[in-house]
Design a protein around this ligand. Structure first.
Ligand SMILES: [Zn+2]
Ligand SMILES: [Zn+2]
Ligand SMILES: [Zn+2]
Length: 251
């Protein structure tokens, strides 16, 4: 399967409005980070993980015309406010898009998108909600939802075959950690250098990478504290900072 990083930034996006720090003013394209989301492509199927605030621009930028499913990690604004912008895909292709989330995440999504669940309303996102709590098959891929902690909020990490996407968390509980062994590619939250109550620092992410030992690790959900070129030089060999537009393959 192919994974494209549609966005690798923290909730405010980089550059951050009004900020004149080195990263926000950087000319390096890798320092321009839209809100975190990935697109998984497998045998002609396209699965979006989170519909970010920047979904519209992300879809236009990569020429996305179709979606077969959306997986949600949690219902924070930066991960779900783009769901409304998936409507052209639904309308043009005359489809309803199956969406997968845990009961906790659906609670948040139903609050934000109450109008999409109201009967007989037109012009709203057409979704087919699926509540997940255990492994399931999707277009031939084995998808294992794992619970990680984002402050007090349980967030869903996804292991898909030998690839895992672990965004928005400050802690990976033992049960999830046990399911992250033997990965070809691990994508993991690394917000900044300084401690944060709901996200991992770069050091915390590196510590988990050391435990899990993926073949390749990619950092995401990055704030302006981390400048791509500067920090990249100090990372272990199997660790890279992901950037918008990066494509990776995994089995
Ligand atoms: Zn986030
Ligand atoms: Zn800045
Ligand atoms: Zn979040």
């Amino acid at each position: 399967m192919k994974v494209t990083f549609l966005g690798t930034g923290t909730s405010v996006g980089i550059p951050s409005i009004g900020c004149d720090c080195d990263t926000c003013l950087s000319d390096d394209e890798r320092d321009k980070r839209l809100r975190a989301s990935i697109l998984i492509e497998h045998e002609e199927r396209k699965i979006l993980v989170d519909a970010s605030t920047d979904f519209r621009y992300q879809a236009l930028r990569c020429g996305l015309k179709h979606l077969d499913a959306i997986l949600f990690t949690h219902a924070h604004a930066d991960h779900c406010f783009g769901l409304d912008d998936t409507r052209p895909i639904m309308f043009r292709n005359k489809i309803e898009i199956p969406c997968y989330a845990t009961a906790v995440t659906w609670e948040g999504l139903r609050r934000v998108y109450s109008y999409a669940f109201a009967p007989a309303v037109s012009g709203v996102p057409r979704i087919i909600p699926h509540t997940i709590n255990d492994r399931f098959k999707l277009f031939g891929l084995e998808i294992l939802p794992l619970t990680v902690m984002h402050g007090p909020l349980p967030v869903t990490a996804f292991r898909i075959n030998d690839f895992a996407y672990v965004t928005d968390c400050h802690e990976i509980p033992e049960a999830a950690l046990a399911q992250l062994r033997g990965l070809e590619v691990l994508v993991i939250d690394a917000l900044r250098f300084k401690k944060h109550p709901t996200h991992m620092t770069l050091d915390q992410a590196l510590a988990y990478i050391k435990i899990v030992k993926p073949h390749r690790a990619l950092l995401t959900h990055i704030s302006h504290d981390i400048k791509h070129a500067e920090t990249s030089g100090h990372l272990p060999e199997n660790v890279e900072i992901a950037y918008d537009g990066l494509e990776v393959t995994s089995s």
